[in-house]
Design a binder for this molecule. Structure first.
Ligand SMILES: *[C@@H]1O[C@H](CO)[C@@H](O)[C@H](O)[C@H]1NC(C)=O
Ligand SMILES: *[C@@H]1O[C@H](CO)[C@@H](O)[C@H](O)[C@H]1NC(C)=O
Ligand SMILES: *[C@@H]1O[C@H](CO)[C@@H](O)[C@H](O)[C@H]1NC(C)=O
Ligand SMILES: *[C@@H]1O[C@H](CO)[C@@H](O)[C@H](O)[C@H]1NC(C)=O
Length: 362
Protein backbone atom coordinates (compact mmCIF):
# COMPACT_ATOMS: atom_id res chain seq x y z
CA UNK A 1 0.00 0.00 0.00
CA UNK A 2 1.41 3.34 -1.12
CA UNK A 3 0.90 5.03 2.20
CA UNK A 4 -1.08 4.31 5.28
CA UNK A 5 -3.40 7.25 4.63
CA UNK A 6 -5.50 5.44 2.09
CA UNK A 7 -9.21 5.18 2.51
CA UNK A 8 -11.86 3.94 0.21
CA UNK A 9 -13.97 6.70 -1.18
CA UNK A 10 -16.59 4.98 -3.24
CA UNK A 11 -19.21 7.38 -4.47
CA UNK A 12 -20.98 5.28 -7.00
CA UNK A 13 -22.17 1.77 -6.65
CA UNK A 14 -23.38 -1.24 -8.47
CA UNK A 15 -26.11 -3.41 -7.06
CA UNK A 16 -23.41 -5.53 -5.51
CA UNK A 17 -21.68 -2.57 -3.91
CA UNK A 18 -19.03 -4.95 -2.79
CA UNK A 19 -17.67 -5.62 -6.20
CA UNK A 20 -16.25 -2.14 -6.24
CA UNK A 21 -14.81 -2.28 -2.76
CA UNK A 22 -13.17 -5.54 -3.69
CA UNK A 23 -11.70 -4.10 -6.85
CA UNK A 24 -10.44 -1.29 -4.69
CA UNK A 25 -8.98 -3.73 -2.20
CA UNK A 26 -7.26 -5.62 -4.95
CA UNK A 27 -5.85 -2.54 -6.65
CA UNK A 28 -4.67 -1.00 -3.38
CA UNK A 29 -2.85 -4.18 -2.54
CA UNK A 30 -1.49 -4.37 -6.07
CA UNK A 31 0.55 -1.21 -5.62
CA UNK A 32 2.39 -2.47 -2.62
CA UNK A 33 5.06 -0.31 -1.06
CA UNK A 34 4.89 -1.28 2.59
CA UNK A 35 6.42 -4.72 2.29
CA UNK A 36 3.11 -6.53 1.97
CA UNK A 37 2.91 -8.92 -0.93
CA UNK A 38 0.26 -7.83 -3.44
CA UNK A 39 -3.11 -9.08 -2.35
CA UNK A 40 -1.76 -12.06 -0.55
CA UNK A 41 -3.97 -12.41 2.48
CA UNK A 42 -3.87 -16.04 3.63
CA UNK A 43 -6.59 -15.48 6.23
CA UNK A 44 -9.32 -13.10 7.38
CA UNK A 45 -10.15 -12.33 10.99
CA UNK A 46 -13.49 -10.56 11.20
CA UNK A 47 -15.06 -8.67 14.10
CA UNK A 48 -18.52 -7.15 14.18
CA UNK A 49 -22.27 -7.51 14.39
CA UNK A 50 -25.02 -8.96 12.18
CA UNK A 51 -23.67 -7.05 9.20
CA UNK A 52 -20.91 -9.68 9.11
CA UNK A 53 -22.08 -12.54 11.37
CA UNK A 54 -21.71 -15.81 9.45
CA UNK A 55 -23.14 -17.97 12.23
CA UNK A 56 -21.79 -16.78 15.59
CA UNK A 57 -24.94 -15.76 17.39
CA UNK A 58 -26.66 -18.71 15.85
CA UNK A 59 -24.02 -21.08 17.29
CA UNK A 60 -24.31 -19.57 20.76
CA UNK A 61 -28.10 -19.31 20.85
CA UNK A 62 -30.35 -20.27 17.96
CA UNK A 63 -30.31 -19.74 14.21
CA UNK A 64 -32.63 -17.20 12.63
CA UNK A 65 -35.68 -19.08 11.29
CA UNK A 66 -36.56 -19.58 7.63
CA UNK A 67 -36.86 -17.69 5.31
CA UNK A 68 -33.44 -16.42 6.49
CA UNK A 69 -30.86 -17.96 4.17
CA UNK A 70 -33.35 -18.96 1.48
CA UNK A 71 -31.73 -17.23 -1.49
CA UNK A 72 -28.19 -18.51 -1.51
CA UNK A 73 -27.52 -21.18 1.11
CA UNK A 74 -31.07 -22.59 0.82
CA UNK A 75 -31.13 -23.04 4.59
CA UNK A 76 -30.67 -20.83 7.62
CA UNK A 77 -26.92 -20.30 7.52
CA UNK A 78 -26.78 -18.25 10.69
CA UNK A 79 -26.66 -15.09 8.59
CA UNK A 80 -29.21 -12.35 9.19
CA UNK A 81 -30.10 -11.99 5.53
CA UNK A 82 -31.65 -14.04 2.75
CA UNK A 83 -28.26 -14.51 1.11
CA UNK A 84 -24.59 -13.69 1.40
CA UNK A 85 -23.10 -10.83 3.39
CA UNK A 86 -20.41 -8.36 2.40
CA UNK A 87 -17.84 -10.40 4.33
CA UNK A 88 -18.74 -13.40 2.15
CA UNK A 89 -18.02 -11.38 -0.99
CA UNK A 90 -14.74 -10.18 0.49
CA UNK A 91 -13.78 -13.80 1.21
CA UNK A 92 -14.79 -14.84 -2.33
CA UNK A 93 -12.77 -11.95 -3.74
CA UNK A 94 -9.68 -13.06 -1.87
CA UNK A 95 -10.15 -16.73 -2.72
CA UNK A 96 -10.78 -17.67 0.90
CA UNK A 97 -13.62 -20.00 1.96
CA UNK A 98 -16.58 -18.42 3.80
CA UNK A 99 -15.51 -17.73 7.35
CA UNK A 100 -16.49 -20.11 10.11
CA UNK A 101 -17.84 -18.55 13.26
CA UNK A 102 -15.39 -18.81 16.14
CA UNK A 103 -18.25 -20.06 18.32
CA UNK A 104 -19.13 -22.88 15.93
CA UNK A 105 -18.63 -26.12 17.81
CA UNK A 106 -19.47 -28.41 14.92
CA UNK A 107 -16.79 -29.03 12.30
CA UNK A 108 -15.17 -25.59 12.30
CA UNK A 109 -12.16 -25.04 10.08
CA UNK A 110 -10.17 -21.95 11.02
CA UNK A 111 -7.20 -22.61 8.77
CA UNK A 112 -7.95 -19.46 6.72
CA UNK A 113 -9.34 -17.32 9.50
CA UNK A 114 -12.24 -16.98 11.86
CA UNK A 115 -15.26 -14.81 12.35
CA UNK A 116 -15.85 -13.35 15.81
CA UNK A 117 -18.83 -11.22 14.78
CA UNK A 118 -22.20 -11.93 16.32
CA UNK A 119 -25.53 -10.33 15.50
CA UNK A 120 -26.53 -7.56 17.94
CA UNK A 121 -22.96 -7.06 19.18
CA UNK A 122 -21.90 -3.66 20.41
CA UNK A 123 -18.51 -2.04 20.85
CA UNK A 124 -19.16 -1.21 24.49
CA UNK A 125 -20.66 -4.09 26.51
CA UNK A 126 -24.29 -3.72 27.60
CA UNK A 127 -26.11 -5.11 30.61
CA UNK A 128 -29.29 -6.32 28.93
CA UNK A 129 -27.80 -9.08 26.81
CA UNK A 130 -29.12 -12.44 25.63
CA UNK A 131 -30.77 -14.65 26.75
CA UNK A 132 -32.58 -12.21 29.08
CA UNK A 133 -32.01 -9.05 27.06
CA UNK A 134 -31.82 -8.21 23.38
CA UNK A 135 -28.15 -7.68 22.65
CA UNK A 136 -25.21 -9.99 22.14
CA UNK A 137 -22.95 -10.71 25.13
CA UNK A 138 -20.06 -10.89 22.63
CA UNK A 139 -19.13 -7.22 22.52
CA UNK A 140 -16.01 -6.13 20.68
CA UNK A 141 -13.71 -6.58 23.67
CA UNK A 142 -15.07 -10.12 24.19
CA UNK A 143 -14.50 -10.86 20.49
CA UNK A 144 -11.00 -9.54 20.95
CA UNK A 145 -10.39 -11.93 23.89
CA UNK A 146 -11.68 -14.81 21.81
CA UNK A 147 -9.21 -13.83 19.10
CA UNK A 148 -6.33 -13.89 21.62
CA UNK A 149 -7.51 -17.29 22.75
CA UNK A 150 -7.56 -18.64 19.19
CA UNK A 151 -4.13 -17.21 18.52
CA UNK A 152 -2.67 -18.78 21.66
CA UNK A 153 -4.32 -22.10 20.94
CA UNK A 154 -3.06 -22.05 17.34
CA UNK A 155 0.44 -21.61 18.65
CA UNK A 156 0.18 -24.38 21.23
CA UNK A 157 -1.56 -26.85 18.92
CA UNK A 158 0.78 -25.87 16.08
CA UNK A 159 3.69 -27.08 18.19
CA UNK A 160 1.95 -30.26 19.28
CA UNK A 161 0.80 -31.09 15.75
CA UNK A 162 -1.74 -33.82 15.07
CA UNK A 163 -5.31 -33.72 13.90
CA UNK A 164 -6.24 -30.15 14.89
CA UNK A 165 -3.15 -28.43 13.56
CA UNK A 166 -4.55 -28.27 10.03
CA UNK A 167 -7.78 -26.72 11.25
CA UNK A 168 -6.05 -23.68 12.76
CA UNK A 169 -4.27 -20.75 11.12
CA UNK A 170 -0.52 -21.06 10.72
CA UNK A 171 1.29 -18.86 13.18
CA UNK A 172 2.61 -16.50 10.49
CA UNK A 173 -0.93 -15.93 9.18
CA UNK A 174 -1.69 -13.67 12.14
CA UNK A 175 0.58 -10.94 10.82
CA UNK A 176 -0.31 -11.50 7.17
CA UNK A 177 -4.10 -11.70 7.58
CA UNK A 178 -6.69 -9.09 6.69
CA UNK A 179 -8.45 -7.83 9.83
CA UNK A 180 -11.96 -6.71 8.93
CA UNK A 181 -14.22 -4.82 11.35
CA UNK A 182 -17.82 -3.64 10.99
CA UNK A 183 -19.36 -2.62 14.30
CA UNK A 184 -21.06 0.35 15.95
CA UNK A 185 -24.57 0.28 14.52
CA UNK A 186 -25.93 -1.43 17.63
CA UNK A 187 -24.25 0.99 20.01
CA UNK A 188 -26.38 3.69 18.36
CA UNK A 189 -29.47 1.45 18.03
CA UNK A 190 -29.25 0.38 21.69
CA UNK A 191 -29.46 4.04 22.68
CA UNK A 192 -32.75 4.39 20.80
CA UNK A 193 -34.16 1.19 22.29
CA UNK A 194 -33.10 2.40 25.77
CA UNK A 195 -35.12 5.58 25.12
CA UNK A 196 -32.07 7.79 25.36
CA UNK A 197 -32.34 11.22 23.82
CA UNK A 198 -30.46 12.03 20.64
CA UNK A 199 -28.18 14.29 22.71
CA UNK A 200 -27.41 11.49 25.16
CA UNK A 201 -26.60 9.03 22.38
CA UNK A 202 -24.44 11.63 20.68
CA UNK A 203 -22.58 12.30 23.92
CA UNK A 204 -21.78 8.58 24.30
CA UNK A 205 -20.19 8.27 20.85
CA UNK A 206 -16.64 9.55 21.58
CA UNK A 207 -16.23 6.94 24.33
CA UNK A 208 -17.61 4.20 22.10
CA UNK A 209 -15.16 5.13 19.35
CA UNK A 210 -12.20 5.32 21.72
CA UNK A 211 -13.02 1.81 22.89
CA UNK A 212 -13.07 0.72 19.24
CA UNK A 213 -9.72 2.34 18.70
CA UNK A 214 -8.20 0.65 21.75
CA UNK A 215 -9.29 -2.71 20.37
CA UNK A 216 -7.62 -2.02 17.01
CA UNK A 217 -4.40 -1.04 18.78
CA UNK A 218 -4.53 -4.23 20.70
CA UNK A 219 -4.94 -6.28 17.51
CA UNK A 220 -1.89 -4.47 16.16
CA UNK A 221 0.06 -5.39 19.27
CA UNK A 222 -0.90 -9.00 18.58
CA UNK A 223 0.68 -8.67 15.14
CA UNK A 224 -2.21 -7.48 12.95
CA UNK A 225 -1.02 -5.17 10.16
CA UNK A 226 -3.76 -4.90 7.51
CA UNK A 227 -7.07 -3.48 8.66
CA UNK A 228 -10.26 -3.01 6.64
CA UNK A 229 -12.67 -0.91 8.69
CA UNK A 230 -16.26 -0.28 7.66
CA UNK A 231 -17.92 2.84 8.96
CA UNK A 232 -21.54 2.54 10.02
CA UNK A 233 -24.48 2.74 7.62
CA UNK A 234 -27.41 5.18 7.62
CA UNK A 235 -29.34 3.79 10.58
CA UNK A 236 -32.12 6.33 9.95
CA UNK A 237 -32.93 4.58 6.65
CA UNK A 238 -33.75 1.29 8.41
CA UNK A 239 -37.38 0.71 9.46
CA UNK A 240 -36.32 -0.85 12.78
CA UNK A 241 -35.42 2.65 13.94
CA UNK A 242 -38.01 4.95 12.41
CA UNK A 243 -41.08 2.66 12.65
CA UNK A 244 -40.99 2.19 16.44
CA UNK A 245 -39.42 5.63 16.96
CA UNK A 246 -41.03 7.90 14.37
CA UNK A 247 -39.68 11.40 13.81
CA UNK A 248 -41.54 14.57 12.82
CA UNK A 249 -42.19 14.92 9.09
CA UNK A 250 -39.82 17.90 8.99
CA UNK A 251 -37.11 15.48 10.15
CA UNK A 252 -37.48 13.14 7.17
CA UNK A 253 -35.14 13.68 4.24
CA UNK A 254 -35.86 13.36 0.52
CA UNK A 255 -34.98 9.64 0.61
CA UNK A 256 -37.54 9.08 3.38
CA UNK A 257 -34.88 8.51 6.06
CA UNK A 258 -34.94 9.88 9.61
CA UNK A 259 -32.47 12.78 9.70
CA UNK A 260 -31.70 12.74 13.48
CA UNK A 261 -30.77 9.04 13.37
CA UNK A 262 -28.63 9.44 10.27
CA UNK A 263 -26.96 12.40 11.99
CA UNK A 264 -25.92 9.99 14.75
CA UNK A 265 -24.41 7.60 12.19
CA UNK A 266 -22.58 10.51 10.58
CA UNK A 267 -21.24 11.76 13.89
CA UNK A 268 -20.06 8.24 14.75
CA UNK A 269 -18.34 8.08 11.35
CA UNK A 270 -16.70 11.48 11.82
CA UNK A 271 -15.23 10.31 15.13
CA UNK A 272 -14.30 6.94 13.64
CA UNK A 273 -12.47 8.58 10.74
CA UNK A 274 -10.59 10.87 13.13
CA UNK A 275 -9.59 7.86 15.17
CA UNK A 276 -8.41 6.04 12.04
CA UNK A 277 -6.24 9.05 11.15
CA UNK A 278 -4.78 8.90 14.66
CA UNK A 279 -4.30 5.12 14.47
CA UNK A 280 -2.29 5.55 11.26
CA UNK A 281 0.07 7.80 13.22
CA UNK A 282 0.19 5.57 16.27
CA UNK A 283 0.60 2.29 14.38
CA UNK A 284 3.31 3.00 11.82
CA UNK A 285 3.46 -0.52 10.39
CA UNK A 286 -0.28 -0.78 9.83
CA UNK A 287 -2.20 -0.29 6.59
CA UNK A 288 -5.67 0.83 7.56
CA UNK A 289 -8.41 1.13 4.95
CA UNK A 290 -11.47 3.11 6.02
CA UNK A 291 -14.45 2.02 3.94
CA UNK A 292 -17.29 4.51 3.61
CA UNK A 293 -20.21 2.08 3.86
CA UNK A 294 -22.49 4.98 4.79
CA UNK A 295 -22.14 6.55 1.36
CA UNK A 296 -22.51 3.23 -0.41
CA UNK A 297 -25.70 2.33 1.45
CA UNK A 298 -27.16 5.83 1.40
CA UNK A 299 -26.54 6.14 -2.33
CA UNK A 300 -28.17 2.77 -2.91
CA UNK A 301 -31.28 3.91 -1.01
CA UNK A 302 -31.50 7.53 -2.14
CA UNK A 303 -30.92 6.67 -5.80
CA UNK A 304 -32.73 3.34 -5.66
CA UNK A 305 -34.55 3.72 -8.97
CA UNK A 306 -31.27 4.29 -10.78
CA UNK A 307 -30.19 0.85 -9.57
CA UNK A 308 -33.49 -0.81 -10.43
CA UNK A 309 -35.17 -0.81 -7.01
CA UNK A 310 -38.57 0.61 -6.12
CA UNK A 311 -39.67 1.70 -2.63
CA UNK A 312 -36.22 1.22 -1.06
CA UNK A 313 -37.47 1.52 2.52
CA UNK A 314 -40.16 -1.15 2.21
CA UNK A 315 -39.15 -4.42 3.83
CA UNK A 316 -39.14 -7.74 1.95
CA UNK A 317 -39.75 -10.05 4.89
CA UNK A 318 -42.04 -8.31 7.33
CA UNK A 319 -45.64 -7.56 8.13
CA UNK A 320 -47.97 -4.65 7.74
CA UNK A 321 -48.03 -0.89 7.58
CA UNK A 322 -46.45 1.53 5.15
CA UNK A 323 -43.06 -0.22 5.35
CA UNK A 324 -44.23 -3.83 5.68
CA UNK A 325 -42.56 -3.87 9.08
CA UNK A 326 -43.92 -4.54 12.54
CA UNK A 327 -41.67 -4.92 15.59
CA UNK A 328 -44.11 -7.43 17.13
CA UNK A 329 -44.27 -9.80 14.17
CA UNK A 330 -40.90 -10.13 12.54
CA UNK A 331 -39.42 -12.00 9.60
CA UNK A 332 -39.76 -15.75 10.06
CA UNK A 333 -42.07 -15.32 13.03
CA UNK A 334 -45.75 -15.90 13.53
CA UNK A 335 -48.33 -13.73 15.21
CA UNK A 336 -52.02 -13.27 15.74
CA UNK A 337 -53.62 -10.52 13.70
CA UNK A 338 -57.32 -10.03 14.30
CA UNK A 339 -57.66 -13.64 15.53
CA UNK A 340 -55.90 -14.97 12.46
CA UNK A 341 -52.55 -16.63 12.68
CA UNK A 342 -50.02 -15.10 10.28
CA UNK A 343 -46.57 -16.31 9.26
CA UNK A 344 -44.15 -13.64 8.15
CA UNK A 345 -42.46 -14.91 5.01
CA UNK A 346 -40.33 -13.45 2.26
CA UNK A 347 -41.54 -11.19 -0.52
CA UNK A 348 -41.66 -12.89 -3.91
CA UNK A 349 -38.39 -11.52 -5.22
CA UNK A 350 -35.86 -10.40 -2.59
CA UNK A 351 -33.42 -9.34 -5.30
CA UNK A 352 -35.83 -6.53 -6.16
CA UNK A 353 -35.74 -5.27 -2.59
CA UNK A 354 -32.98 -3.48 -0.70
CA UNK A 355 -34.21 -4.11 2.82
CA UNK A 356 -34.62 -7.71 3.95
CA UNK A 357 -36.19 -7.62 7.42
CA UNK A 358 -36.26 -4.03 8.60
CA UNK A 359 -32.70 -4.12 9.96
CA UNK A 360 -30.62 -5.95 7.36
CA UNK A 361 -30.05 -5.71 3.64
CA UNK A 362 -30.99 -8.40 1.13
C1 LIG B 1 -9.80 -26.68 6.00
O1 LIG B 1 -9.78 -25.61 5.09
C2 LIG B 1 -8.65 -25.62 4.25
C3 LIG B 1 -8.68 -24.32 3.44
O2 LIG B 1 -9.84 -24.25 2.68
C4 LIG B 1 -8.68 -26.85 3.38
O3 LIG B 1 -7.53 -26.88 2.56
C5 LIG B 1 -8.69 -28.09 4.29
O4 LIG B 1 -8.83 -29.25 3.51
C6 LIG B 1 -9.84 -28.01 5.27
N1 LIG B 1 -9.70 -29.11 6.22
C7 LIG B 1 -10.67 -29.99 6.44
C8 LIG B 1 -10.37 -31.07 7.40
O5 LIG B 1 -11.74 -29.89 5.90
C1 LIG C 1 -1.54 -16.42 25.76
O1 LIG C 1 -0.23 -16.92 25.90
C2 LIG C 1 0.62 -16.08 26.64
C3 LIG C 1 2.01 -16.66 26.59
O2 LIG C 1 2.00 -18.02 26.31
C4 LIG C 1 0.07 -15.97 28.07
O3 LIG C 1 0.87 -15.08 28.80
C5 LIG C 1 -1.34 -15.41 28.03
O4 LIG C 1 -1.90 -15.42 29.32
C6 LIG C 1 -2.20 -16.25 27.11
N1 LIG C 1 -3.49 -15.58 26.98
C7 LIG C 1 -4.63 -16.25 26.91
C8 LIG C 1 -5.86 -15.40 26.77
O5 LIG C 1 -4.73 -17.46 26.93
C1 LIG D 1 -13.86 -1.24 26.25
O1 LIG D 1 -14.82 -1.01 27.26
C2 LIG D 1 -14.99 -2.12 28.12
C3 LIG D 1 -16.11 -1.80 29.07
O2 LIG D 1 -16.17 -0.44 29.38
C4 LIG D 1 -13.70 -2.42 28.88
O3 LIG D 1 -13.88 -3.55 29.68
C5 LIG D 1 -12.63 -2.70 27.85
O4 LIG D 1 -11.42 -2.86 28.52
C6 LIG D 1 -12.53 -1.56 26.87
N1 LIG D 1 -11.63 -2.03 25.84
C7 LIG D 1 -10.57 -1.40 25.54
C8 LIG D 1 -9.69 -2.12 24.59
O5 LIG D 1 -10.34 -0.28 25.96
C1 LIG E 1 -57.79 -5.70 12.25
O1 LIG E 1 -59.15 -5.41 11.99
C2 LIG E 1 -59.51 -4.03 12.06
C3 LIG E 1 -61.01 -3.92 11.93
O2 LIG E 1 -61.47 -4.67 10.82
C4 LIG E 1 -58.77 -3.28 10.97
O3 LIG E 1 -59.07 -1.89 11.04
C5 LIG E 1 -57.27 -3.45 11.18
O4 LIG E 1 -56.55 -2.84 10.13
C6 LIG E 1 -56.90 -4.94 11.23
N1 LIG E 1 -55.52 -5.06 11.61
C7 LIG E 1 -54.59 -5.60 10.83
C8 LIG E 1 -53.19 -5.54 11.36
O5 LIG E 1 -54.84 -6.13 9.76
Amino acid sequence: MGSSSIYAHIDFISVAALTLSLEFLICVCGSSASGLKPCDFPAIFNFGDSNSDTGGLSAAFSPPPPPYGQTFFKRSSGRFSDGRLIIDFIAEGLGIPYLHAYLDAVAPNFSTGANFATASSTIVPLRHVLPLGDFSPFSLNVQHSQFIRLKNDSSIIGQVGGLFKDLLPKEEYYSRALYTIDIGQNDIGAGLYESKSIQEIRASIPIIVSNFSANVKSLYEEGGRSFWIHNTGPIGCLPYTFVPFPVASSQIDSAGCAIPYNDLSQYFNKKLKESVVQLRKDLPLAAITYVDMYSIKYTLISRASKFGFKKPLVVCCGYGGQYNFNTQIKCGGTGEINDTKVFVGSCRNPSKKINWDGTHYT
